[in-house]
Design a protein around this ligand. Structure first.
Ligand SMILES: Nc1ncnc2c1ncn2[C@@H]1O[C@H](COP(=O)(O)OP(=O)(O)O)[C@@H](O)[C@H]1O
Ligand SMILES: [Mg+2]
Length: 193
């Protein structure tokens, strides 16, 4: 297979590979990722976790969000703003979500502002791919997390959730791209660098 040359092509390739993952496999992958994360003390200890509510063929975060909340963490989830930046609102159980812009589920809680992510002890982000050497993250193309992660301090773990095979070499990087420090895969958690 030829090496993808740009972000658009790489996004297309990964999205098509994701569509081919059977639902049973996706469910098993999501469970494995959740368990790998919940095993880590720095996940268990985080009092405020910025996470996201997964959609479609992403590894599911639904069980992870529920487990964190159940264990007493405060979980904030993104609310996509019209300018593609991310506002944040608190998850307070399964009945506190409603479809937002683009049909993505969002908390019905008050919007707490784009700076709320500054207070997170752990940040869990979606990605289509992560570069295993640089940690550069390929998103869906809105640049929302590049903006949000610019507000996160250097000592806060930022973890991208990936399907197996999505931690790769040669993710194209632009100056605005914000790297992640960890990739969580079904096979384990990889620290970048
Ligand atoms: N800090 C920022 N401020 C404003 N716009 C930004 C910022 N970071 C990224 N963007 C916008 O988001 C667009 C998409 O970014 P890109 O990195 O390709 O997407 P993604 O990170 O979702 O894969 C960029 O072309 C840019 O216009
Ligand atoms: Mg980017």
């Amino acid at each position: 297979m030829e090496r993808p040359v740009d972000k658009l092509e790489l996004r297309r390739e990964i999205r098509s590979a994701r569509r081919a993952i059977p639902e049973s496999e996706r469910r098993a992958a999501s469970t494995a990722i959740r368990e790998n994360l919940l095993d880590r003390p720095w996940v268990q200890m985080a009092g405020l976790v910025a996470c996201y509510w997964s959609a479609e063929d992403e590894p599911s975060t639904h069980g992870l969000v529920f487990a964190l909340w159940k264990h007493g963490a405060t979980v904030i989830l993104p609310v996509l703003r019209p300018d593609d930046d991310l506002d944040w609102a608190v998850y307070d159980g399964p009945d506190t979500l409603a479809p937002g812009r683009l049909g993505i589920m969002e908390p019905i809680d008050t919007r707490r502002g784009v700076d709320t992510i500054r207070t997170a002890a752990l940040v869990v982000v979606p990605a289509l791919a992560v570069d295993r050497t640089t940690g550069v993250r390929l998103g869906r193309g809105g640049g929302s997390y590049d903006r949000a992660l610019a507000r996160v301090g250097p000592n806060v773990p930022v973890v991208a959730l990936l399907h197996e095979g999505e931690l790769i070499d040669g993710v194209p990087a632009e100056p605005h791209d914000r790297p992640v420090g960890f990739a969580a895969l079904p096979s384990g958690i990889v620290r970048i660098g």
